[in-house]
Design a protein around this ligand. Structure first.
Ligand SMILES: [Zn+2]
Length: 147
C-alpha cells in the first residue's frame, strides 16, 4: 500500500529526494561548430541523500530530534506519523451525484460501500453527501467539486 504525502506548509503532494555527490552522465545528441551542445538522456550514479523536500515550496522534512530525514526508512516513519488528511471528493453533475471517493486508498472501501445507484435523484444525492460528510467530518477533511 502506498503512503500519501501532504506538505504541512503548502498542502503540496509531491516529494523530492535531494542528493549530493552525484555523478551525472548526459548523452550528447548533437554538437555544433558554434559551441552549442544538445543533450539527450541523463543517467546518475552514486550520491547521498541530503534531505527530502516538498517539490512545490521546498519545505524540508525533519525528524522529532530536529535532524533532516535522510533515509527511506526514516521517511516512511515520518509519513506514518504525519498522515495526509483524508478528503472526501464528491462529484455532482446536473444536480445528480456522479461519484464519491476518498483521497486515500486505504479509505476507499468504506466509501464505496455506499450504493451510488440509489442516489439518482438529486434530493437523495444531497442526503447521501450529507450522511457521508457527517460520518467523515470528525476524522477527515472534505472537498466538494460541483461541475
Ligand atoms: Zn510545500
Amino acid at each position: 500500500m502506498s503512503i500519501e504525502f501532504e506538505c504541512p506548509n503548502c498542502n503540496g503532494c509531491v516529494l523530492e529526494e535531494v542528493l549530493s555527490n552525484v555523478t551525472l552522465a548526459s548523452e550528447i545528441h548533437d554538437i555544433h561548430n558554434d559551441g552549442q551542445v544538445f543533450y539527450g538522456k541523463e543517467t546518475t550514479e552514486d550520491g547521498t541523500i541530503e534531505h527530502y523536500q516538498c517539490s512545490r515550496c521546498g519545505y524540508i522534512i525533519y525528524d522529532t530530534a530536529g535532524e533532516c530525514v535522510s533515509t527511506p526508512e526514516e521517511l516512511i516513519k515520518w509519513l506514518n506519523e504525519n498522515p495526509a488528511p483524508i478528503k472526501l471528493i464528491v462529484i455532482i453533475r446536473g444536480g445528480v451525484l456522479e461519484s464519491m471517493y476518498s483521497s486515500r486508498s486505504d479509505f476507499e472501501i468504506e466509501i464505496l460501500d455506499y450504493d451510488l445507484e440509489e442516489c439518482a435523484e438529486s434530493e437523495e444525492a444531497a442526503d447521501a453527501i450529507k450522511n457521508e460528510h457527517d460520518r467523515l467530518e470528525k476524522e477527515a477533511e472534505y472537498l466538494h467539486q460541483i461541475h
